[in-house]
Design a protein around this ligand. Structure first.
Ligand SMILES: Nc1nc2c(ncn2[C@@H]2O[C@H](COP(=O)(O)OP(=O)(O)OP(=O)(O)O)[C@@H](O)[C@H]2O)c(=O)[nH]1
Ligand SMILES: [Mg+2]
Length: 378
C-alpha cells in the first residue's frame, strides 16, 4: 500500500499540478540574473545585472507563465554580508521545486564550485547543471568544456547544458529538461506547442508505465491488476491535458474500462505464464507496464484523432511490448530488483522502443474501429 500511495501521489501530481517554483543558483557573477531576465516577461520584474560579483543581494521571484522563477544572490559568498546572501540563496533552493545550478563555462568547476554543487544536491531537489557564457569559448572547445565539467561533477554529458544567457542561446534545452521532471510544465507545453505533443505524451506514458511496472513487486496476488486504475487514470488525465482535452477522473476511468485493458492484462498473464521460466514478478511488471503503455497510446489516438483502437490492435501493441520488455529486462535482473531500479530500467527500455518517434507513431499500422467517435465517451 505504501508503494501504491507513492504511485498515486506522483501520478496525481502529473494530473493536477500547481505552478512550480524554479530557482537559479550558483556562484556570484556567473550570469544568474541575466538568465533570470530571459524568463521574465514584465519589464518591472527584471533583475539588476552588473559586471561585479555581488550585484544581487536578495531573492527575487517572477511568474513566467509556465512556472515561477527565482533569482538568488551568489551562493559562494563569504564574509558577514556574504553569509547572509548565501543563506538567502539556500533558503530559496530549499523551498523550490527545481534547481537550475549555474556555473561559468570559462571559470569551470573548481573546488568551491564543486563544494557548492554538493551542498545543493544534498537538498535532494531535481536539478540541471548549466554552464553559462559559452560565447566566450571557442566553438570547437565547447564540447570538451562540457565533458570536463560533467566528469568533475560525476554526471553524464547530456546532464550538463551549455548556454549563453546573454543572447538566449540554448535556453530551450533548459525548458525541455525542466519539462522532463515537471509534469505540469509538460502539460502546459503540450497545450502551447502542438508539435511537441507526441514527445510529451510519450513521457507521460513512459512515466505511467514505469510506475505500473512496480505492480510486480506488490505483495498481492500477481495477477491482480486492479490498483493500476489509479496510475492509469492519472496518466490518461495527463495525456488529456497535453492534448487540451477536458476530462474528469470519472470519465478517465470509464475510458479505461472501455479499452478493456484489465481484461487484456489478465489474458496476457494467463497465456504467458503457461510458458514458464519467467519469474512471476517480472511477468506481472512487464504486462502492467505494457498494457499501461498501450492504453496511453490508445488515449493519444482518441484525443488526437477521435478514433478508437480495436481490441485486436491493443492486444498486439501490449503483446509486442511485453515480449520486448521481457527480453530486455530478463537478463538484467537475476533477482527481484528495488523499486527505483525497476522503474528506471523499465523507463529506459521503453525509451529505446521504436514507437518513441513521432514519425513511427504517424506511420504505425493501427487498426481503428470505424465510426466510433460518437456515442462512446462524449
Ligand atoms: N559573455 C557573456 N557575459 C555574460 C553572459 N551572461 C551574463 N554575462 C555577464 O556577466 C556579468 C554578471 O552577470 P549577472 O547576471 O549579474 O550575474 P549574477 O550571477 O546574477 O551575479 P551576482 O548577482 O553578482 O551573483 C555581467 O557583466 C553580464 O553581462 C553570457 O552569456 N555571456
Ligand atoms: Mg545577480
Amino acid at each position: 500500500m505504501q508503494i501504491l500511495a507513492q504511485l498515486a501521489e506522483k501520478e496525481y501530481k502529473l494530473a493536477f499540478g500547481k505552478k512550480s517554483h524554479i530557482a537559479i543558483l550558483g556562484p556570484a557573477n556567473v550570469g544568474k540574473s541575466t538568465l533570470y531576465n530571459q524568463f521574465v516577461r514584465q519589464k518591472r520584474d527584471k533583475a539588476e545585472v552588473g559586471p561585479l560579483p555581488g550585484t544581487t543581494r536578495n531573492n527575487q521571484e517572477a511568474d513566467t507563465g509556465l512556472f515561477s522563477i527565482i533569482d538568488t544572490p551568489g551562493a559562494d559568498s563569504v564574509g558577514p554580508s556574504g553569509d547572509e546572501e548565501r543563506d538567502r540563496a539556500f533558503e530559496a533552493a530549499a523551498s523550490a521545486d527545481f534547481l537550475i545550478i549555474l556555473f561559468d563555462a570559462v571559470q569551470g568547476i573548481k573546488k568551491t564550485e564543486l563544494e557548492l554543487y554538493h551542498e545543493l544536491t544534498l537538498l535532494k531537489k531535481p536539478y540541471i547543471v548549466v554552464l553559462n557564457k559559452c560565447d566566450l569559448i571557442k566553438q570547437s572547445q565547447i564540447s570538451a568544456v562540457i565533458k570536463k565539467a560533467a566528469t568533475t561533477l560525476n554526471l553524464s554529458e547530456n546532464q550538463v547544458i551549455g548556454i549563453t544567457a546573454k543572447d538566449g542561446k540554448n535556453l530551450e534545452r533548459i525548458i525541455a529538461a525542466i519539462a522532463n521532471v515537471e509534469p505540469e510544465i509538460c502539460a502546459a507545453l503540450g497545450a502551447a506547442l502542438p508539435a511537441f505533443r507526441w514527445n510529451l505524451a510519450w513521457q507521460a506514458m513512459v512515466s505511467g508505465a514505469a510506475a505500473s511496472g512496480l505492480i510486480g513487486l506488490l505483495p498481492l496476488p500477481v495477477a491482480d491488476f486492479i490498483p493500476l486504475v489509479v496510475t492509469q487514470s492519472a496518466m490518461i488525465i495527463a495525456i488529456a491535458r497535453i492534448y487540451d482535452y477536458k476530462i474528469t477522473v470519472q470519465r478517465a476511468r470509464e475510458l479505461i474500462a472501455t479499452f478493456g485493458i484489465g481484461f487484456l492484462g489478465r489474458t496476457l498473464f494467463y497465456e504467458l505464464s503457461k510458458f514458464g521460466g519467467i519469474p512471476g514478478w517480472l511477468l506481472a511488471s512487464a504486462i502492467a507496464a505494457s498494457t499501461t503503455m498501450a492504453m496511453g497510446y490508445a488515449a493519444v489516438i482518441w484525443f488526437e484523432k477521435g478514433e478508437k483502437l480495436t481490441n485486436e490492435s491493443l492486444k498486439q501493441i501490449s503483446g509486442n511490448l511485453t515480449a520486448y520488455l521481457l527480453n530486455t529486462l530478463k537478463n538484467r535482473f537475476q533477482q527481484k530488483p528495488s523499486k527505483g531500479n525497476l522503474q528506471e530500467q523499465i523507463a529506459e527500455a521503453l525509451n529505446q522502443y521504436p514507437l518513441n518517434k513521432e514519425s513511427e507513431f504517424n506511420n504505425a499500422e493501427i487498426k481503428l474501429e470505424g465510426d466510433s467517435q460518437e456515442g462512446n465517451y462524449e
